[in-house]
Design a protein around this ligand. Structure first.
Ligand code: ADP
Ligand code: MG
Length: 351
């Protein structure tokens, strides 16, 4: 019988490692937009502009007015597992979107990436990376904040390029990502522009809200989900076992034929979590027929150690220390609000 020759074990080089990691982190243009907008939010930006062309396939440019990156740190920002957001000793205590230090090196491995930035009190500088090869840092002209430009996503990985959908479908996914992120950040202005074919078209824009968080959130949801939602939504505010539930949930009369308008956030992070969606469904069980779906934007907040967000780099899954408590909080918090509204509705009719 033939014996397989002993293979040689080799250490992969950084470019290959980044390209493999990119497969996990960057599935499509919308995942790149998500990573870049999250970085802008983490940088404390109050204005974030996303410019795309051709479904994000040829151009994604995110401009923010956040803290910027010191020119000395630019090569580090493009290095794997380099992050300013955690020190590695406390993975249970994460307050930012980012912490893996994977997004920028991954994007630089599968596209042409240029970062222009200016940190306070520093000179502006630019660095670029193309197919994994990094340029030197050069002086640049930018007043404050950061511009990250990603061109020709996946040109270095043609297999991935082939699996992208139409520009229209990719645009839709990008719009969805920007809208979702904007819901959790009412004090930040978000702008999404499409410059395909040389035209400039505003796809989405929501301006920073003022007032306290609850008012700002209501304003933001009105802006993103529409006036009808805002006018049919009940304010939710409940607490249990260290978990805080806030947000707005629509009256049963303002339901949808599909579960397309359910926005859930954990510590400000958009998630699509089966347990949370199930809890939302359960809360409306008695007041909605089976073919109708509630509309809601709900925010679960807790100390970082009560939830593990370290489940998957790109997937929006979370793991709660005590899922039963979170489920109970959502079901009881929403039922309480719905019951209160029912009571008000009937007294109005009687009066
Ligand atoms: P992570 O977000 O997990 O730290 P990234 O690869 O996304 O990893 O970014 C690496 C580092 O680059 C960040 O930790 C941060 O210090 C810096 N950075 C990235 N984007 C921005 C930005 N828009 N503004 C300021 N700093 C940024
Ligand atoms: Mg990041």
């Amino acid at each position: 019988p033939q014996i397989k020759p002993q293979p040689v074990i080799r250490q992969l080089d950084e470019a290959a490692i980044n390209r493999i990691a990119a497969g996990e982190v960057v599935e499509r243009p919308a995942s790149a937009v998500k990573e870049l907008v999250e970085n802008a939010v983490d940088a404390g930006a109050t204005r974030i502009e996303v410019v795309i062309a051709d479904g994000g396939k040829t151009l994604i440019r995110v401009t923010d007015n956040g803290c910027g990156i010191a020119s000395n740190d630019l090569p580090l920002a493009l290095s794997r597992h380099a992050t300013s957001k955690i020190d590695g000793s406390d993975l249970l205590n994460i307050h930012s979107f980012g912490f893996r230090g994977e997004a920028l090196p991954s994007l630089g491995a599968v596209g042409r990436l240029t970062i222009t930035s200016r940190a306070q009190g520093q000179d502006a500088a630019v660095i670029s990376v193309d197919g994994g090869r990094m340029s030197a840092v050069k002086p640049a002209a930018v007043t404050a904040g950061t511009i990250v430009e990603l061109r020709d996503l996946f040109y270095a990985t043609p297999a991935r390029l082939k699996f992208l959908r139409t520009d229209r479908a990719e645009n839709q996914a990008i719009t969805d990502v920007v809208k979702r992120l904007s819901m959790a950040e009412p004090f930040v202005t978000f702008i999404l522009r499409d410059v395909s074919g040389g035209d400039s078209r505003t796809v989405f824009r929501t301006d920073s809200e003022t007032g306290d968080l609850f008012d700002a959130l209501h304003g933001r949801l009105r802006s993103v989900l529409g006036r009808d939602f805002a006018e049919n939504a009940l304010a939710i505010d409940a607490e249990r076992d260290g978990f805080h539930l806030t947000g707005y949930a629509a009256l049963p009369t303002y339901s949808r034929g599909a579960a397309v308008a359910q926005f859930l956030f954990v510590n400000g992070r958009p998630v699509r979590d089966r347990m949370l969606l199930g809890a939302l469904r359960a809360a409306y069980m008695d007041v909605l027929s089976r073919d109708r779906h509630p509309v809601a934007a709900l925010f679960v907040d807790c100390e970082p150690e009560l939830v593990d967000v370290n489940v998957h780099p790109a997937k929006s899954e979370v793991r709660f220390r005590d899922p039963g408590a979170v489920r109970g909080l959502i079901v009881s918090g929403l039922r309480h609000a719905l019951a209160g509204a029912g009571h008000r509705a009937s007294t109005t009719v009687a009066g």
